[in-house]
Design a protein around this ligand. Structure first.
Ligand code: ATP
Length: 514
């Protein structure tokens, strides 16, 4: 997808009430966004899809809504106070600030892309006789790219693992990374930057009163592990799911709602018997990928990406990446978190966080497999997938272009538009209103009588409404209406008593679980 198309998506989101820059009249607050009237509907529908898939469809997964502010020791135990850092570096020439790890990853990807390009060329040249592995080792240029990638990547992984900032700087120099703004290769030292926002309790001064805004929802789940397990009488394995806000003081918050300072996560922690975690890790990896694919996202736009840099709490981690307008990036993380969190909370709080296993008569600290998807990133993925410009015949049969958001109907913000053919005809508008009033309890409908019918269709296409119902003169005689389907543009005349059934079936979440 081109940069232009990304710009089109961003401006479409604003023009059609999906997303606004926060505090826009004060020139905005960077990395923070507000969701408009259609945005909030889409967001709620994504949450509903996730909740149905996780909580409603699994007898052994239950929900939770824990607070954003928590005891500050929680962030000490979780490792966030000491280790939730990103390495930052400034260009001396432009004073622009960057994340060192992100810059390095991008530069490494470029080296790999060069090798891939040569390989693809050779594949075309040699056809069926092509032996990729042989070519990789025997073609000197390709072998050199691969070796360069492997050597530098190893240095990068080691530096990240040890938190060795001078070594990271050396990798930047070795890769000859230049500041995209000034072209300069003059960099400051790389330093660690903690991503947690903090605030102060009113009645306690100093460090003790320092509170953090949660940088992930997961810890609220861990510290409630026993409360939830006991009150819901769950046996292992079982999961706790939560949707909520998280805050990170991102060094650079660019790329629209991809990287925000205030965002929402949909997280599920699955508590398992120690030793079974890899089995469950693989199960959740596949299950989550199915969830994404069910939305109709083309397979070529989703892929797994294994972590080489494991976080301090994980023994295995994979990202589900989506092909965003700016390339493949993380959409969701599946992590095997071992017993790191529960054990640390147990140690620091002095309270037992153990599960009594009635089958083995033993108590132990469970292991955890986590699935964590960013709601806003999911929103952006769906929007970029749905956004389509196409040529279609207009009302007079002439060619015209339309912008249509082809959301899965279950997720579409407005489900059905009710359109009387003429505005100045009380009989038509009266009947249309009656239909609207009857359907509004079932789904979000929109009544629209302004402008020619073609323009009203375009407005609904632009927000992704799957069904438009038109009331015309014939409707007054035989109670039939036409129903138009967004993607196929097929129009069918049906009895008005059938509208509810057709729309309800079309937007049913069941189709996503088929
Ligand atoms: P990244 O490497 O992109 O910073 P992360 O690995 O730190 O992401 P996790 O801590 O695994 O992310 O968080 C889980 C999910 O939360 C991510 O997959 C992503 O969808 C979402 N997320 C994380 N940070 C942000 C952010 N700043 N803005 C929007 N969504 C985010």
């Amino acid at each position: 997808m081109s940069a232009d198309l990304f710009k089109d998506i961003v401006s479409h989101s604003k023009e059609y009430g999906f997303i606004f820059q926060s505090s826009e009249i004060y020139d905005g607050l960077s990395g923070v966004y507000d969701y408009g009237s259609y945005g909030v509907e889409l967001k709620n529908n994504i949450k509903a899809y996730w909740w149905k898939a996780m909580v409603q469809n699994h007898e052994n997964i239950v929900g939770l809504d824990s607070a954003i502010m928590m005891h500050p020791l929680i962030w000490k135990a979780s490792g966030h106070v000491d280790a939730f850092n990103d390495p930052l570096v400034d260009s001396k020439a432009s004073q622009k600030r960057y994340r060192a790890d992100v810059m390095i990853e991008e530069a490494l990807e470029k080296i790999m892309a060069k090798a891939d390009k040569e390989i693809e060329k050779a594949r075309k040249r040699f056809g069926d006789a092509f032996d990729e592995n042989k070519y990789k080792t025997e073609n000197p240029r390709v072998a050199e790219y691969i070796q360069q990638y492997n050597t530098i990547n190893q240095k990068f992984v080691d530096a990240m693992g040890k938190g060795d900032m001078p070594a990271l700087k050396a990798v930047i120099e070795e890769l000859e990374i230049a500041d995209p703004v000034s072209g300069s290769r003059e960099w400051t030292d790389v330093r660690q930057f903690n991503l947690m926002f903090h605030t102060q309790l009113g009645n306690i001064a100093g460090e003790e009163g320092k509170l953090y805004l949660r940088p992930e929802t997961a810890q609220g789940i861990f510290v409630n592990f026993l409360n939830v397990q006991k009150t819901t009488r769950q046996k292992l394995p079982f999961g706790i799911a939560q949707i909520g806000k998280a805050f990170r003081n991102e060094i650079i918050a660019r790329q629209f709602i991809f990287r925000m300072r205030e965002f929402e996560q949909m997280e599920m922690q699955y508590f398992v018997q120690p030793g079974t975690e890899m089995e469950w890790y693989n199960y959740w990896k596949e299950t989550r990928m199915k969830w994404h694919r069910a939305l109709g996202t083309p397979e070529s736009k989703l892929r797994f990406h294994d972590h080489e840099n494991l976080a301090h709490y994980a023994n295995a981690a994979v990202d589900v990446q989506f092909d965003f307008p700016f390339g493949f990036k993380e959409l969701e993380g599946v992590h095997s978190r071992t017993d790191f969190d529960l054990r640390s909370h147990q140690e620091l709080s002095g309270k037992k966080l153990q599960y009594f296993d009635p089958e083995t008569n033993e108590s132990y600290v469970p292991y955890v497999v986590e699935t964590s998807v960013g709601l806003d990133r999911m929103f952006l993925a769906l929007l970029s997938n749905a956004y389509t410009e196409e040529n279609v015949p207009d009302a007079d049969g002439k060619d015209s272009t339309r912008i249509v958001l082809k959301f899965h109907p279950a997720l579409a913000p407005v489900k059905c538009a009710i359109l009387p053919l003429l505005k100045n005809n009380d009989d038509l508008t009266g009947l249309a209103r009656k239909i609207f009033d009857d359907l509004k309890f079932n789904f979000l409908c929109q009544y629209d009588e302004k402008d020619a019918i073609g323009r009203r269709y375009r407005r609904q296409d632009a927000i992704g409404t799957p069904y438009c119902v038109t009331i015309d003169h014939q409707s007054l005689e035989d109670q039939t209406v036409t129903i138009r389907e967004r993607d196929t543009l097929k129009q069918e005349r049906i009895h008005m008593s059938k509208i509810r059934e057709i729309v309800a079936d079309g937007i049913d979440f069941r189709h996503l679980f088929a």
